[in-house]
Design a protein around this ligand. Structure first.
Ligand code: NAP
Length: 255
């Protein structure tokens, strides 16, 4: 799929980190961006910076998403790219000091990371599926979800987060199969350790030490490296139904 001035795109979690990097990158390629985020200040700031539209949306709430899609589509038309970056990464052990994992925290993590990715993808797919094809193969759009290497090897304290990301990995093939007849591709990226507010909150020495654990290149990844892969996924029509690790070969240890 060619990305150009006629390509409406939506990015959830577009107000920060990986989502914001994607938004800036796609806008630089000419796409028309709608930023979905629950953080209105951050989302509006990115939208203003790139000439996009901000839609206040909580991905775990389908009705709030529907309102966001309505606003984005009335501004730009049917989105042809959806990138799901909204996510949270709380940490809690399965049981600690005689207390079980907080059930509400477990449910919220799945609700945002897993349900939220699926709800957004499903609403985007519904719109794309009734739009005109835009590629010679009959392609109508592409959906990119964000998993995590923790979805394969979650660390201590990551049971909820890892389960939510393993869920995203599990969605990728059946969604690609569901949507194949509609010409909609579904991919996921499993990032390793990226320099975003999620990690930049850690002390500098911890960031350095995390970077040193990456086999090569031995550093934290730059969000632009995610955006470059997302661009390739959009443009390469043979990429479908896969999860791509973007991690410098890191395999997370227990802690
Ligand atoms: P980030 O900087 O914290 O950005 C995430 C954005 O999503 C924030 O603006 C956040 O708003 C928003 N958000 C959270 N819950 C939401 C909801 N329910 N509805 C709408 N927006 C919501 O994080 P990031 O590092 O860019 O992470 C992006 C994605 O990549 C996440 O899914 C994360 O799990 C995944 N990932 C990141 C890394 C990494 O190294 N950074 C590694 C693997 C996977 P608030 O600020 O209000 O929470």
């Amino acid at each position: 799929m060619r990305i150009g001035a006629d390509t409406p795109a939506i990015i959830t979690g577009g107000g920060s980190g990986l989502g914001a990097a994607n938004a800036r990158h796609l806008a630089g390629l000419g796409a028309k961006l709608a930023i979905f985020d629950r953080d209105a200040d951050a989302g509006q700031a990115v939208a203003d910076e790139i000439g996009g539209v901000f839609c206040a949306a909580d991905v775990s709430d389908p009705e709030s998403l529907t309102a966001g899609f309505k606003k984005a589509r009335s501004a730009h038309g049917q989105e042809r790219i959806l990138i799901c970056c909204a996510g949270i990464a709380p940490a809690q052990k399965t049981a600690s000091k005689g207390q079980p994992h907080d059930p509400a925290l477990f449910a919220t993590t799945l609700s945002v990371n897993l349900n939220g990715s699926f709800f957004a993808a499903s609403q985007a797919a519904a719109g794309m599926s009734v739009a005109d094809p835009i590629t010679a193969d009959g392609g109508r759009g592409v959906i990119i979800m964000t998993a995590s290497v923790a979805g394969y090897e979650g660390q201590i304290g990551q049971a909820a987060y890892a389960a939510s990301k393993a869920g995203v990995i599990g969605l990728t093939v059946p969604m690609a199969r569901d949507l194949a007849r509609d010409g909609i591709r579904v991919m996921a990226i499993a990032p390793g350790l990226f320099k975003t507010p999620m990690l930049l909150g850690l002390p500098e020495e911890v960031q350095q030490s995390l970077g040193q654990q990456v086999p090569f290149p031995a550093r934290l990844a730059d969000p632009i490296e995610y955006a470059m892969l997302a661009q390739q996924i959009c443009e390469n029509d043979m990429l479908n139904g896969s999860v791509i690790r973007l991690d410098g070969a890191i395999r997370l240890g227990p802690r």
